[in-house]
Design a binder for this molecule. Structure first.
Ligand code: DGI
Ligand code: FE
Ligand code: FE
Length: 194
């Protein structure tokens, strides 16, 4: 790794707007706590949580051209909702700009918005931590935040169901990958007999 923890914090504080920086700190802490609970490397979870929105350092107006420059596929959904690209763009940039070389962390950043079938525990933790960090407020939040006695995939299913319902209610375009992730969750559930 090219930079120390302190240097990364400094770089991030300058790279992101204040609101995204403070959100990133809360996601870092939440991801670290979840990693302890669910038996995942806490340092990796903290770093992935801290850097998950790194792509938001690129202004929304520039994100499509940045993605194209990085050879990230831009389909009709991304053309319509360029916001989605902050996840894969951020994953590329933490590697090229910060020298992060851990593919587990890079994947967790890339997958934190839409997800990916066969997500790792670390991927799920960052996705959930982002959604339930202390400053979030939405109805149904407490149910997702209550991790007690639940397996990680169960918490993830609650979180993902909330996102999917939100997309339908708001009449948003749904990414094909979103369906793949949903189907993957259901196949895991069926396989595990729950
Ligand atoms: O960057 P954050 O706001 O902290 O959170 P995030 O990166 O998880 O982004 C959440 C947003 O992503 C939320 O408004 C819903 C949107 N999203 C997730 N899946 C899809 C999607 N938007 C569209 N249009 N289609 C999707 O499949
Ligand atoms: Fe994000
Ligand atoms: Fe976020």
């Amino acid at each position: 790794m090219r930079y120390s923890k302190e240097e990364i914090l400094d770089l991030l504080a300058n790279w992101l707007d204040e609101e995204f920086f403070t959100h990133s700190l809360r996601v870092r802490d939440m991801a670290k706590g979840m990693a302890e609970k669910f038996g995942v490397d806490t340092e990796k979870a903290a770093l992935a949580g801290l850097l998950h929105d790194y792509g938001k350092g690129i202004k929304e107006i520039d994100i499509i051209s940045e993605a194209k420059k990085l050879n990230i596929p831009v389909g009709y959904i991304e053309e319509s909702d360029p916001y989605l690209l902050h996840a894969p763009v951020g994953a590329e940039l933490i590697s090229s700009q910060l020298g992060i070389d851990d593919s587990n962390i890079i994947n967790a950043v890339s997958r934190h918005t839409v997800g990916e079938p066969s997500m790792s525990k670390l991927d799920m933790i960052v996705y959930i931590a982002d959604m339930v960090e202390p400053a979030r407020t939405f109805s149904g939040l407490e149910k997702i935040r209550d991790f007690d006695g639940k397996r990680l995939i169960e918490v993830f299913e609650l979180a993902y169901t909330h996102t999917l319902c939100h997309l339908v209610r708001r009449k948003k375009l749904i990414h094909p990958k979103t369906f793949e992730v949903w189907n993957w969750i259901q196949l895991v559930r069926i396989e595990e007999g729950h």
